[in-house]
Write a protein that binds this ligand. Structure first.
Ligand code: GUN
Length: 304
């Protein structure tokens, strides 16, 4: 019964009553998104093809292996078809692009995800650009990045920025007119998130900070919503955060056995109104939004 999307609000309300209401439960929100996809899947005729995603991984980076495995598990749980193609670190750019071209041409593949980072000397942008924009569920092809800038909703938006928006929507975090400060200007999160949050629908006032920003604290302390996407463990401390700010921590950094964010959770927690933990905050939403994009690519391919 509780899987019914109509009851998800009630479920979330009950959970919020029984848990810490400051901490945003990304797993719970991701489960809501996934159950909405499940409901849409159930409405499709059973003899129709299933949504299909192919993951491309180069080399054996342990973090990439674990991320791709998790994405595949969630895809399979939804009843999507999935495949992981693994290539050696020694593969040339042109060979890898040839493989991507064959996936582009394969009508049984609806979504393609090339896991970053790619080992040198492969140029990530050249590889991302080889993915057919209609199958680019990661949203990194320049056509889709262009559609993001022009607010053309037919394109694909990168998954982590989409996940950040989903958190704001589902947690009633107002963005319109509010100062949203992003620390990090990377292609995967910071840059696309900055473009997404200034779009009319969200209408935040966006500031992007990066490694050359002077007086970082002075800027981040002005944030109503602070997004940390630097990959530097614990960079954001209590001194960087305004009282009652919302803090969304995109960082996933390994510290010995533990995963920690870009935010020093212990020191920041008492100040904020809401905060995402690591793990269990933004990460599950990234995976859920990949499934949303894959389902969109599937509908696009089947013209449903
Ligand atoms: N590496 C870290 N995050 C991502 C992502 O969202 N997509 C891809 N392809 N690689 C990543």
């Amino acid at each position: 019964l509780i899987k019914n999307p109509c009851l998800s609000f009630l479920k979330r309300y009950l959970q919020r009553m029984s848990t810490d209401s400051k901490i945003i439960d990304g797993k719970l929100l991701a489960d809501e998104v996934l159950s909405e996809i499940r409901a849409k899947m159930a409405a499709i005729e059973s003899d129709a093809p299933k949504p299909a995603i192919t993951f491309v991984r180069v080399g054996e980076d342990p973090a990439s292996r674990s991320y791709v495995a998790r994405k595949q598990r969630v895809a399979n749980e939804l009843g999507f078809l999935s495949d992981i193609q693994v290539f050696p670190e020694t593969i040339t750019e042109s060979k890898l692009i040839e493989h991507i071209a064959s996936l582009n041409a394969n009508p049984n593949v609806h979504g393609i995800l090339v896991q970053a980072p790619l080992p040198a000397p492969l140029r990530t942008q050249s590889i991302f650009g080889a993915v057919d924009p209609r199958k680019d569920v990661d949203g990194f092809n320049p056509i889709n990045l262009g559609k993001l800038v022009t607010e053309d909703s037919s394109g694909f938006v990168p998954c982590t920025p989409l996940g950040l928006v989903e958190i704001c929507k589902r947690e009633n975090i107002q963005t319109e007119g509010r100062h949203l400060v992003i620390v990090g200007r990377g292609l995967i999160v910071g840059k696309p998130a900055s473009i997404l949050f200034v779009q009319k629908q969200l209408s935040a006032t966006v500031t992007v900070c990066h490694s050359k920003t002077q007086n970082l604290q002075n800027i981040t302390r002005q944030a109503d919503i602070l997004i940390a996407a630097t990959g530097l463990a614990g960079l954001i401390t209590a001194q960087h955060v305004k009282q009652d700010a919302v803090v969304l921590d995109v960082g996933i950094n390994r510290q010995g056995e533990n995963l920690v964010g870009d935010v020093d959770f212990e020191s920041v927690y008492p100040i904020v109104s809401r905060i995402t933990p690591v793990p269990g905050g933004v990460g599950p939403l990234t995976v859920a939004m990949l499934m949303v994009n894959t389902f969109k690519a599937y509908l696009l391919a089947l013209k449903i």
